[in-house]
Write a protein that binds this ligand. Structure first.
Ligand code: PLP
Length: 345
């Protein structure tokens, strides 16, 4: 037996706190297709609206938090400690979900992006971390945030609390189950709508979105090689083995028999630019084009760069006329407010 129902049954074995009520919709980008005109090559562009579930300002990290918080509750934890960059969407959503569930939350944030201006240090996601009541520890860019987070977890333990600790992006095999769940949604939506996506495109930061989707497709007996991620944090060469290892670990939890080959992990490094969180012209064009043709918000660090990669592929004729391509909108719009100067220029 194979397919979405089998994966759903495998996922049911894991504790989950529902934060997203129903499958996020898949929508066609008619306005963007029109704006692209002939350069669009007749490719049908779709987005999966993982930016829609709006708890905490919304975004894809809610999927991982459903399983992370499920595990935290099952282990009897009352505190949640996680890590990220100063403008981390995962950190912001962890703070919001912790507030909703009555957990204490500590965020260990590293200065990964070389910016000291107030817009970046205090605006966007960082403002919301405070609003949701998280305790924030800011560390230098080269600090071992996970080690610090584990120390904080141990210190909370000495105070009589019990902390669940997870690293950047919530990208542990438990967190990745959230994106295996998303793969099952995509497969079911394709079947219902009579679609067959030639490519499913996502950003790749802490590897978990790609890894979870790959594990989910593999668990359903589908080819994970139709996924393509654009690296925005590490180089594509560095991200490939890490994404593969995480996908394999996640798949092992869902199905001990199936495996996933390293060749099935496709990662493109062409949109990373000079580094994590540093704007590129292509990202700025993608954010503006999506805003002006669809009224949709990409973010400047992850989805903006990945969508720029999708546009480059479409304009370069990488897809046959009529092919359907799916982009997973991962949210992160609060990050736009930390990039006002770049967007204005
Ligand atoms: C808005 C947004 N999109 C995509 C990603 C990338 O996901 P992952 O870290 O699982 O690769 C992130 C991660 O932080 C994110 O915040």
């Amino acid at each position: 037996m194979t397919g979405p129902a089998t994966l759903a049954a495998a996922l049911d074995r894991f504790a989950r706190v529902p934060l997203i009520d129903q499958p996020t919709p898949i929508q066609r980008l008619h306005g963007l297709e029109k704006a692209l005109g002939e350069a669009g090559g007749g490719v049908r562009l779709f987005v999966k609206r993982d930016d829609l579930p709006f708890l905490g300002g919304g975004g894809s990290k809610l999927r991982k938090l459903e399983y992370l918080m499920g595990a935290a509750r099952a282990e009897g934890c009352d505190s949640f400690v996680t890590t990220g960059g100063i403008q981390s969407n995962h950190a912001r959503l962890s703070a919001a979900v912790a507030a909703k569930l009555g957990f204490a939350c500590e965020l260990v944030l590293a200065r990964l992006v070389p910016r000291e201006d107030e817009e970046y240090r205090l605006g966007g996601n960082r403002l919301l971390d405070d609003l949701f009541g998280a305790r924030v520890h800011e560390l230098p860019g080269d600090a071992d945030t996970l080690a610090f987070a584990r120390e904080r977890g141990a210190a909370l333990g000495r105070e009589g609390r019990k902390a669940y600790v997870v690293g950047a992006g919530g990208s542990s095999p438990v967190g990745c189950l959230g994106y295996a769940y998303c793969a099952q949604e995509i497969a079911a939506q394709e079947a219902t709508a009579g679609l067959d996506f030639a490519r499913v495109i996502v950003p790749n930061g802490s590897f978990g979105t790609h890894a979870g989707l790959a594990a989910g497709f593999a668990a359903m007996g589908q080819d994970p090689a139709r996924l393509l991620s654009f690296a925005v944090l590490e180089t594509a060469e560095a991200a490939r083995p890490k994404t593969h290892a995480l996908a394999a670990e996640t798949l092992a939890r869902l199905d001990p028999v199936r495996s996933i080959s390293a060749d099935a992990i496709a990662i493109d490094g062409s949109q990373r630019g000079t580094g994590y969180g540093i704007p590129t012209d292509a990202m700025l064009e993608a954010v503006r084009l999506m805003a002006r043709s669809e009224g949709l918000l990409l973010d400047p660090v992850y989805s903006g760069k990945a969508f720029a990669g999708l546009l480059a592929l479409v304009r370069g004729g990488a897809f046959a006329p009529g092919a359907a391509v799916l982009f997973v909108m991962t949210g992160g719009s609060p990050g736009l407010f930390a990039y006002r100067s770049a967007l204005e220029s």
